[in-house]
Design a protein around this ligand. Structure first.
Ligand SMILES: [Zn+2]
Ligand SMILES: [Zn+2]
Length: 139
């Protein structure tokens, strides 16, 4: 009995250590990235403050979370939505590329990908810019 308890306590501690190490590593590069870069989403240019900073996430440009150079060259600050978009876009592109190869029509796939970015991106940026302008004229 006593031995079982000791063993499970040991396992609990190992798991807790692993979780803590992971959290330390993640908060480490997040803090660094937030120090290096302005608190603005790299896609929709939404600005962040301490109040909503939780929604600003660190994206790894090469998608390798273990690649964390100190100069921040592998990091990009993205809001939750754009970060989500960025990853599903990667998956879409990959799926489309594979589908395109089997159908023999890669040009159509490229055109479709171009259209999606052109339609979604500038509108978000324009909206943000308009919002900023309003704030400035008020002052
Ligand atoms: Zn964004
Ligand atoms: Zn990411």
């Amino acid at each position: 009995m006593a031995q079982d308890n000791a063993r499970s306590a040991h396992t609990d501690r190992l798991i807790a250590d692993a979780v803590r190490q992971r959290q330390t590593r993640e908060s480490g590069y997040r803090e660094q990235a937030l120090k290096i870069y302005p608190w603005i989403c790299g896609r929709c240019t939404r600005e962040f403050t301490h109040l909503n900073l939780r929604e600003l996430t660190v994206h790894h440009r090469d998608h390798n979370h273990d690649n964390n150079p100190g100069d921040g060259s592998n990091w990009e600050l993205l809001c939750l939505y754009c970060h989500d978009n960025e990853h599903s876009r990667q998956l879409d592109a990959e799926a489309a590329r594979q589908a395109g190869i089997s159908q023999g029509g890669p040009a159509t796939v490229a055109d479709r990908a171009k259209n999606t970015t052109q339609q979604t991106m500038p509108r978000q940026v324009a909206h943000n810019a308009a919002h900023k302008k309003t704030q400035h004229t008020k002052r």
